[in-house]
Design a protein around this ligand. Structure first.
Ligand code: T4K
Length: 375
């Protein structure tokens, strides 16, 4: 008999900096009376993230969705962009807000990222870019995608919302493609309470991004493009500095939790705890399990409901597919017959509670609830 958790257990909890440290440093902001518009804290965080993410340039934003919307503007994309339906709504919405037609491409069932072998057949004379998502921090097939883009003169943007600190063979994830977008939402391992960032390798592109996120204002008397307000404020930038120092410790804790889940389910047929390939540094953003109903005997949805009855709130990231939303399902590329792998994966995945403050006992109990299903 397993007791219900007294307190809800969520899929994630934010890393919280030391309260005294944050409030002590908040005093600097108070005294300066400078709360936004490229203030001192903003400049500091930008500099720290350039080093941490090993990127030449980063621009900070008020959230990842605005950042992605601006990235598309910055590259002057139009027409059609090939993307994955297996993501958070923001990925495709950022295209729609730019009047671009999303073209959905099926995913590789192994990595759950856009399948490079299916991209080329979707390219038309209207295609301007490929927008991939490093889902759960698992990198896209970056080399194949770049080869396709080079052959067809396309731009490459990565939604790296889950990939803070991810590296492939020691190479930072931000070094691939033209622009990468990071989300700094509280559900993300590194956060600024709300926030986001765009990394790029080209100083002119960085200038254009910075103009676009600040109304297109060049100086007091010149507005040179129709920009938006995407700026990060000083309280968020300070939060980011305080959280950044805690990221590695949190990743270590999460790595242990991942190992514990993996051990718990090692002998359980039909529950596969996903990890990144050996050559990849894991961002430790999510703990996703793939459920094979035929082998396990119970569906992903049954596990989700069972956990809920014990006060445990797992999440079906990402179900339904974006291509199934009413606003996109009329698109020809949204036809289910072309997206069979995406469909299958979206019905198998379940993100289990995963954050450093989760105790060993909690993980044992959550695993027991799943293993005990049907008993
Ligand atoms: N691209 C991808 C691939 C993304 O995953 C996302 C965001 C984006 C783009 C867009 O980036 P942003 O514009 O958001 O920066 C959450 C987040 O709101 C969203 O940022 C994230 N992906 C997505 C995967 O998850 P919900 O609707 O599931 O959030 P919510 O409020 O249900 O939170 C989940 C759990 O987290 C809660 O049950 C408890 C915990 N939580 C949440 C918040 C907000 C806390 O403990 N504290 C908190 O402050 O979307």
């Amino acid at each position: 008999m397993i007791d219900k958790f007294d307190q809800p257990i969520y899929v994630t909890r934010p890393v919280m900096p030391d309260y005294e440290l944050y409030t002590e440093r908040l005093k600097d902001i108070w005294d300066s009376k400078w709360l936004s518009n490229n203030g001192e804290q903003h400049k500091r965080l930008e500099a720290e993230l350039v080093t941490y993410l090993k990127t030449p340039y980063i621009s900070l934003f008020n959230n990842g969705t605005t950042a992605l919307t601006v990235a598309i503007q910055a590259l002057r994309l139009q027409g059609e962009v090939i993307t994955t339906p297996f993501s958070f709504p923001a990925t495709t919405h950022a295209l729609a807000w730019n009047n671009i037609t999303p073209v959905f491409c099926d995913i590789d069932p192994e990595t759950m990222t856009i399948d490079p072998t299916k991209i080329e057949q979707l390219i038309t004379n209207r295609t301007t870019a490929i927008l991939g998502v490093h889902v759960y921090g698992i990198p896209c097939h970056v080399k194949q995608i770049q080869d396709i883009a080079d052959r067809h003169g396309l731009r490459v943007i990565y939604d790296a919302a889950h990939a803070f600190g991810t590296e492939i063979n020691g190479q930072p994830i931000s070094s691939f493609g033209d622009i990468s977008m990071f989300s700094f939402h509280p559900t993300k391992l590194f956060h600024t309470s709300e926030g986001g960032g765009l990394t790029c390798k080209d100083s002119h592109l960085k200038e254009r991004i910075d103009l676009l996120k600040n109304f297109g204002i060049k100086n007091e008397f010149e507005v040179i493009m129709p920009g938006i307000n995407g700026k990060m404020n000083e309280m968020s930038a300070l939060m980011g500095q305080c959280v950044l120092g805690l990221v590695e410790k949190e990743q270590e804790k999460r790595q242990k939790i991942r190992q514990q889940y993996a051990l718990e389910f090692e002998m359980v047929e039909g529950v596969d705890v996903v990890d990144v390939p050996n050559n990849v540094r894991n961002s430790q953003q999510y703990m996703v399990a793939r459920i094979d109903e035929k082998k396990f005997g119970f569906s992903r949805d049954a596990i989700y409901d069972e956990l809920k009855s014990y006060n445990v709130y797992s999440r079906k990231y990402f179900y339904p597919l974006i291509s199934d939303y009413p606003c996109y399902r009329q698109l020809s590329s949204a036809n289910e017959q072309f997206l069979s792998q995406s469909k299958k994966v979206s019905e198998e995945v379940l993100c289990l509670p995963f954050y450093g403050a989760l105790s060993e006992g909690d993980v044992t109990k959550i695993s027991q609830i799943i293993k005990g299903l049907g008993e």
